[in-house]
Design a binder for this molecule. Structure first.
Ligand code: PMP
Length: 398
């Protein structure tokens, strides 16, 4: 009965991973996947997470019974505080509904489904380029995906004018997907002044902001500073959605822990929205897993573990910044052709290096260095090491 099933194309980031895995070279590097690695290239389990897990193992009252459809109540509360700030008026006025979802991906997918069912506009605008999976969450929900200009390859920075023009021309009420900080894949974020201009324009046009918050704390190592974009949109009393992921910021990739929040105009609307979210979640996976959310909750509510997490998060963020500097220095000191200042100007885990598909292919073939063909590297993953063959390869990126 399945004879007519056609083979689906490989998903690019996984294709890079497979090619890397199958490469027999003892000296190889995969910069294509957005996970943090230690200086030795090993995965990092945070001490705060280890401690939280020890506590959970020794907690005799712990159980593995089903969570409610919307997840752990305490986790949801703490997650809302994290992204909106504990003193957010929207939280105090109970205008926010927050539900535990399967990490950032699940939060985006549930959010898209909610919008498809309960919002009058079925068009979402997202940055060009954006995280490769972003369009899929919305297309799967039946929402039309359009793009707004974002990255200017001539400056390797933000095309703010283009962004304003495209959002200004967007159909009224359209959904706009924004990355709160540490934009994937460009490493380019708007300044606070630019966020304020975007906010004014979007509110004027009634565009609905949907924030993807996968890197809070990874840019400035301050959770509040990295959520300023979201805070600005919430402070004006308007609606927005936010998808929070703990994959990167707590290194909980495989636990699939995150939260979707919908900020509404009134507490009554928020409570109705939550009732509809339950109807969406129930036939998809019934209720979310408990372990990751228990780890996050244990860390966020305990002063000591929270402090430890923040310092580990800062260490990761600082190391990414230092890798950027090392890469820039190596390129500069060796007189590599081209302007590489964008490497240190860009922020967060990712960088669009400016390498062409041919140059990426050359690095892979000659030096066993793997990355996506658009030249995007995950800075959390020893990306300073690409400078070594770059010296010999002398790419002419001008
Ligand atoms: N949003 C962005 C911007 C991402 O980079 C990623 C993962 N790379 C995600 C969402 C989804 O990750 P997760 O589902 O693990 O939260």
């Amino acid at each position: 009965v399945f004879e007519n099933v056609t083979r689906a194309p490989d998903i690019p980031v996984y294709a890079v991973m497979v090619a890397y895995r199958e490469d027999p070279s003892p000296v190889k590097l995969n910069l294509g996947i957005g996970v943090y690695r230690t200086e030795e290239g090993k995965p990092l389990l945070l001490d705060a997470v280890r401690k939280a897990e020890e506590l959970l193992v020794n907690d005799l009252s712990a159980n593995k019974e089903y969570l409610p459809i919307t997840g752990m109540i305490e986790f949801n509360k703490l997650s809302a505080n994290l992204i909106f700030g504990a003193d957010s008026s929207a939280i105090k006025e109970n205008r926010v509904t927050t539900v535990q979802c399967l990490s950032g991906s699940g939060s985006l997918r549930i959010g898209a489904e909610f919008l498809a069912k309960h919002y009058h506009q079925r068009t979402v605008y997202m940055s060009q380029p954006t995280y490769a999976n972003h369009p899929n969450f919305f297309v799967a929900a039946g929402i039309t995906v359009k793009t707004y200009r974002y990255y200017d390859p001539t400056t390797s920075g933000l095309d703010f004018q283009g962004m304003l023009e495209d959002l200004g021309a967007a159909s009224s009420g359209a959904i706009v997907l924004l990355q709160a900080c540490g934009h994937n894949p460009t490493g380019v974020d708007p300044s606070l002044e630019q966020w304020e201009q975007l906010r004014k324009l979007m509110r004027l046009k009634g565009l609905l902001p949907f924030f993807d918050c996968a890197y809070q704390g990874f840019v400035s190592a301050s959770l509040d500073a990295d959520a300023q974009s979201v805070h600005m949109f919430v402070a004006d009393g308007g609606e927005c959605l936010a998808a929070l992921s703990y994959s990167k910021i707590m290194g909980l990739y495989a636990e699939r822990v995150g939260a979707l929040s919908i900020v509404c105009k009134t507490a009554d609307v928020a409570s109705r929205a939550e009732s509809q979210l339950k109807l969406i979640i129930r036939p998809m996976y019934s209720n979310p897993p408990i372990h990751g959310a228990s780890i996050v909750t244990a860390i966020l509510k305990d002063r000591e573990m929270y402090g430890e997490w923040i310092s580990e998060l800062k260490a990761m963020a600082d190391r990414v910044t230092s890798m950027r500097q090392q890469l820039y220095n190596a390129l500069h000191d060796r007189g590599t052709p081209g302007d590489w200042s964008h490497i240190t100007k860009q922020v967060g885990m990712f960088s669009l290096t400016g390498l062409s598909a041919e140059q990426v292919e050359f690095l892979t073939k000659e030096y066993h260095i793997y990355m996506s063909s658009d030249g995007c590297v995950s800075g959390a993953n020893q990306f300073h090491l690409i400078c070594l063959p770059l010296y010999y390869a002398k790419p002419s990126v001008t």
